[in-house]
Write a protein that binds this ligand. Structure first.
Ligand code: AMP
Ligand code: ZN
Length: 139
């Protein structure tokens, strides 16, 4: 898609540090890494987010994420890898081409902010009501 920075990366119009590609997906290093090894996996066919991406591309990304996570773990001796994926401006998606973040943590490195939130007990009535609403909306 014209004016999409990630489409330009796939086409080679913008440089990147590529770590993997196959017929459906492309993976490269994030240039504003949250931690060493921060990698992005994207579909080659432009799709904005989880609401748009076809199931085959989504599956291909998640199969590739295992291969790449295995590589990151082997290369960097990680203690864990967070997989993060944002959909929509309301959750601060900045690049509107679907991407899965793989963000590793290494021994002794700081806690990843997106993996550490305070557990606060919820209101079970509200949780149940919302869960039932979602369940009836899922096709
Ligand atoms: P978000 O849309 O918030 O999930 O994040 C977009 C991610 O894309 C950010 O982590 C950016 O650092 C990353 N990013 C933006 N432009 C580039 C680029 N040219 N090469 C690599 N990563 C990029
Ligand atoms: Zn794109």
């Amino acid at each position: 898609m014209k004016d999409c920075i990630f489409c330009k990366i796939i086409q080679g119009d913008i440089p990147c540090i590529k770590v993997y590609e196959n017929d459906r997906v492309f993976a490269f290093m994030d240039i504003n890494p949250v931690a060493d090894g921060h990698t992005l996996i994207i579909p080659k066919a432009h799709a904005e987010n989880i609401f748009e991406i076809p199931a085959d591309d989504l599956a291909a990304i998640h199969v590739a994420s295992k291969r790449i996570a295995d590589g990151i773990r082997k290369a960097l001796n990680t203690t864990g890898i967070a997989c993060l994926q944002l959909n929509g401006k309301g959750v601060n998606q900045i690049v509107m081409h679907y991407h899965l973040h793989l963000i590793p943590r290494r021994p002794g490195s700081p806690e990843l902010p997106m993996t550490k939130w305070e557990l606060v007990s919820g209101n079970m009535t509200r949780i149940k009501e919302i869960g039932e609403k979602i369940a009836s909306a899922v096709k």
